[in-house]
Design a protein around this ligand. Structure first.
Ligand code: SF4
Length: 236
């Protein structure tokens, strides 16, 4: 009874909203998957259980920040980057040690991933580099939380102007493809790479060509694919 109600709440929350700009969390993600997201292409639904885990992760972040707030280490939290056209995002916090400011982002993960973590994950590093760029802060801090044991690991790093500019350039290039309806190529690591394994668009990605392809041609191709009935029944 309640389980069904709670599941329904999470199912409805994942209904597609119009995406008109990138999110910082898109940095380092497969450009084709981001393209499909913008076009509201057919995707596999996430299980309510997985969505609950995301929510749980947000609660953990608040919990981890609590002592930092009470010690006056947090200068501000949930800070949005200055408004501009291409990208939006919100950093968990800006913290200070001595006279130094750091952008802090908190990530939670299960024990197995946490135990094997020896350096920050690339996509997390990218996100914080963009926060550093927009906030004009020189140092970033990634704090990882083991969801199962609440153990912590932290990584400190410097702003890398070249990397931040490259990430922004990648966004501008992808925006050009989205506006001109060109589906980006598949990742080189397709289909074994971790992004592909967890990708909600893997079914339609499989049908598209491996290289770039026109979005309208692709939609016509899907309409004539007998194997793609399920996709045709949904909107592409
Ligand atoms: S399956 Fe892989 S290559 Fe295809 S859209 Fe998803 S992440 Fe990108």
């Amino acid at each position: 009874m309640l389980k069904e109600l709670i599941d329904k709440y999470y199912r409805e929350r994942q209904k597609d909203r119009e995406q008109t700009h990138f999110y910082i969390t898109d940095a380092g993600k497969c450009p084709r998957a981001v393209f499909f997201k913008f076009k509201k292409a057919f995707k596999e639904e996430m299980e309510p259980r997985v969505l609950r885990l995301f929510d749980y992760g947000d609660q953990i972040h608040q919990f981890i920040l609590k002592p930092l707030f009470s010690m006056g280490t947090v200068r501000s939290s949930e800070i949005s980057i200055p408004p501009q056209q291409i990208i939006s995002g919100r950093a968990d916090a800006v913290v200070s040690f001595g006279n130094e400011l750091y952008v802090l982002d908190i990530k939670s993960m299960n024990s197995m991933v946490f135990q094997n973590l020896e350096r920050p994950k690339e996509e997390h590093l990218y996100q914080v580099q963009l926060y550093l760029h927009f906030f004009e802060i020189k140092r970033g801090l990634l704090l990882y939380v083991n969801k199962d044991t609440l153990d912590l690991k932290e990584f400190i790093f410097e702003y890398d102007a070249l990397l931040a500019k490259k990430l922004l350039l990648d966004f501008y290039n992808l925006k050009t493809k989205i506006d001109s309806n060109i589906i980006p190529s598949r990742l080189d690591s397709w289909p074994e790479g971790w992004q592909c394994k967890y990708c909600q668009f893997k079914e339609i990605c499989k049908i598209a060509e491996s290289g770039e392809m026109n979005w309208d041609e692709f939609k016509n191709k899907i309409k004539s694919e007998p194997a793609a009935d399920a996709i045709n029944d949904a909107k592409v």
